[in-house]
Design a protein. Structure first.
Length: 124
C-alpha cells in the first residue's frame, strides 16, 4: 500500500541552475547501508535518510566512500514490526562530502523498483 505524503515545501531550488530533475521529500527513513569502503574494507551501518526522491537519497554515514562506489541499502523496520521484506536495493554513490566527523552522501538507485513506499508528486 502506498501513501501519498503532502509536504509543505517540495521545491528545493527555484534557481534555473538547479541540476535536480526530481522533487525531494525531507523524510527520515531508518536504513542499513553496506558495501566496501574506499579502503577496501567491508562495512555495514545503520543510519537515516535526510531526504529522498524516487531516484535516490541523501544521508550521513561514518564509513568513507567515493563517488562511483556501489552500495546496498535496505529499509529497517520499526521496532513494533516483526520483520521487513528483507530486500536491499543497489545504489551508486553520486557525491561525498566530509560532515560532522563522517560523510554526507548522495546516492542514486540502480534498481528500478520502488524503495520508499511513498508516492511522489509529479515534477513540472
Amino acid at each position: 500500500m502506498e501513501t501519498y505524503i503532502k509536504p509543505l515545501v517540495l521545491e528545493i531550488a527555484t534557481s534555473p541552475y538547479e541540476r535536480r530533475r526530481r522533487k525531494r521529500l525531507f523524510l527520515s527513513f531508518p536504513v542499513e547501508i553496506s558495501g566496501v569502503d574506499k579502503h577496501g574494507r567491508k562495512f555495514m551501518e545503520r543510519t537515516k535518510t535526510e531526504d529522498i526522491s524516487d531516484a535516490g537519497c541523501r544521508m550521513h554515514i561514518k564509513s568513507p566512500l567515493r563517488s562511483g562506489d556501489f552500495v546496498d541499502i535496505q529499509l529497517v523496520p520499526p521496532p513494533a514490526v516483526r520483520s521487513a521484506d528483507g530486500n536491499s536495493m543497489r545504489f551508486q554513490i553520486v557525491w561525498v562530502q566530509p560532515e560532522n566527523g563522517g560523510w554526507a552522501i548522495g546516492a542514486k538507485k540502480v534498481d528500478k523498483e520502488k524503495m520508499w513506499k511513498v508516492t511522489f508528486p509529479h515534477s513540472r
